[in-house]
Write a protein that binds this ligand. Sequence first.
Ligand SMILES: *Cc1c(COP(=O)(O)O)cnc(C)c1O
Length: 372
Amino acid sequence: MANPITVTSPLLPSLEEFIPYLEKIWESKRLTNAGPFHEQLEQELAEYLGVKHISLFSNGTLALVTALQALRITGEVITTPYSFVATAHSLLWNNLKPVFVDIDPRTNNLDPQRIIEAITPATTAILPVHCYGIPCDVEGIQEVADTYGLKVIYDAAHAFGVRQNGTSILNNGDLSILSFHATKVFNTFEGGAIVCQDEKLKRRIDFLKNFGFTDEVTIMATGINGKMNEIQAAFGVLQLRHIDNALERRRLVYERYRSALEGLDGISILQQPEGLDWNYAYCPILVDGERFGLSRDELYERYRAQDILVRRYFYPLICEFPMYRGLPSSDLGQLAHAHQVSRQVLCLPIYPDLEAQTQAKIIEVLLGARAA
Ligand SMILES: *Cc1c(COP(=O)(O)O)cnc(C)c1O
């Protein structure tokens, strides 16, 4: 049986290309703990992304958990319900209280005005997400943070390589977190990173991801094991050689969707803001069931029936999961925009080697659903 069509396809470099990298690891006998590929990837990524410092992690979730610990965040943290569950889980792992506020429907990101309304004496930080790689209102959020004395940690798991007005979106806030999971634009099978502006803070983060060791006999805090190993890092170094080509091919796929779906009644496709170098990480559409004639979930089932594995990203909202739904800020009545988007959204497959013929099939399901 043919493989199903998935939302992403993670293996862009060929196996032949990767083998020499593996041979190097066998020669060096360095498997982990800041080996040569780890150091090379940190340097090359900082340069490619246009950021000062990068600390690599074994995954994005441990990077999030460690970022909050590194900044000694306490009490309440304002965040978005419209994200992957790891965003809020990182707060619970640090014994912090998530406070959910609604999103701006134009960007699907936190609305600075709503953030202000949610601040209490216990608030110490904001944890926004650049959802789908579309930047938050970073200036608005920084102004709130400066006024109220809050830290800002961006979950930038979707925002690899995104530039706004010529500079990296990752240079905003106190720290930004990347994910290199297999489903992301740039992957190391599993992986992640913290981006920071300050050398001393990077050192602290590097201690924390290695149990808190500062030398053989000294532990500075209750650190975790978040280290990226050499096979992950080597794959990252190789991926980076392909990234510009991968981003360009994603753009072409996105443009084909856009021209096919524009003007289709009841379907809207994400519009990218002016002046943005986007990464085409996702292709979310909103399905207005009444106008389209088929609900989002009915369309989702049509796709599944044809082995096309579209995703309801993000549904349910984080605040609907059992460990969050008892919180006062989880009341869906206060989260109207996030609630509505989560009921309408569907992410279509997008990846660099998605063939035009396969994409035509995906589009056909939408056009056909409408005709029926
Ligand atoms: C993927 C993702 C994460 C988690 O990253 P992992 O590398 O899978 O641990 C966190 N936040 C968001 C928004 C994500 O999409």
